[in-house]
Design a protein around this ligand. Structure first.
Ligand SMILES: [Zn+2]
Length: 302
């Protein structure tokens, strides 16, 4: 369906970026470097790359008051001021999309863990900027139902609240995931009201707080797990047929999320980032291209 190139295989990617010149060209081609940079006095600087320099620099003109100052070629970009060369950073990005661990990324690229952590943390910032309210607002006319549930992650017991759309074709649509301090009504109901469009059919288990959803304008159906995995909709005062309802889609989503969030990350500090990554990967079918696009958006006029 998608004609975009997917993550290039390891060797192919190596050929694209294995020298400083190729790495610079790769970044330029993908719009990740600034095309114009100004000195502190406002003069437009010039792309300068004598053969003896590993990377080009932005350099000002003789006539400027800045006395021909220079700036890094990465000025204003995601790549600015990192403690690793451009090729190594690109390998970390590639490995991150391929779901390599921090350990593997650090050993494989001969970078210390702090440097790799910072690169990854900034990838999360790119993802965070990319996830808009509309990406996590569920329901509406083309959606059959939204399934909701809570699940406990890890030994510390981080509660995660999740919602997933079921589309008309029976497939999963948009997803919402967030850590929550508890499973009380005051915690869950505001999230539902904020992120599910009114009138949407909502399927849940029989957890107490959900029982007020019908009064709040949702077409709510509770599935009673104690009497089986599905319920006919006449059990909760709802009689438009004999359809069977279940929460299979959100149950399947928990399996996927728990696979994506390793045990060591199921903490209050790490879980939100891993959930963000999960949402971001749900949003995009082509993670590599989407990440490069996110990095391109991130450049600022320097
Ligand atoms: Zn200048």
């Amino acid at each position: 369906m998608s004609s975009q190139p997917s993550l290039p295989p390891y060797r192919e990617f190596g050929k694209l970026i294995d020298t400083p010149t190729k790495a610079i060209n790769f970044l330029k081609t993908n719009g990740i470097l600034n095309e114009e940079v100004f000195c502190d006095y406002g003069s437009r600087m010039i792309w300068t790359w004598p053969p003896s320099w590993k990377y080009p620099k932005w350099r000002c003109v003789y006539s400027c008051r800045c006395k021909r100052s220079s700036k890094a070629v990465t000025t204003g970009s995601y790549f600015f001021n990192r403690k690793a060369n451009l090729e190594a950073i690109l390998w970390v990005l590639h490995g991150f999309v391929a779901r390599n661990s921090l350990y593997a990324l650090s050993i494989g690229n001969q970078l210390d863990r702090r440097t790799v952590s910072q690169i990854i943390f900034d990838i999360y910032q790119v993802m965070n900027d990319d996830i808009l309210d509309e990406d996590i607002t569920l329901g509406g006319p083309d959606i059959i139902e939204v399934q909701i549930d809570e699940s406990k992650f890890g030994k510390q017991g981080v509660w995660v609240f999740g919602m997933v759309e079921k589309k008309a074709n029976g497939r999963a649509g948009k997803v919402f995931m967030s850590i929550v301090p508890d499973r009380k009504a005051d915690t869950l109901i505001p999230l539902i009201q904020q992120y599910i469009l009114p009138g949407t059919r909502v399927i849940s288990d029989c957890h107490g707080p959900y029982m007020r959803l019908r009064n709040l304008g949702f077409d709510h159906i509770a599935v009673n797990h104690s009497i089986g995995f599905a319920t006919t909709n006449n059990s909760i005062g709802h009689t438009n047929g004999n359809e069977l309802f279940n929460t299979n889609m959100i149950e399947g989503m928990w399996t996927a999320v728990k696979h994506a969030v390793p045990r060591r990350h199921r903490t209050v500090s790490n879980c939100p980032w891993k959930l963000l990554e999960f949402l971001w990967r749900c949003k995009h079918s082509n993670h590599w291209t989407s990440l490069l696009q996110g990095l391109a958006i991130r450049i600022s006029r320097g």
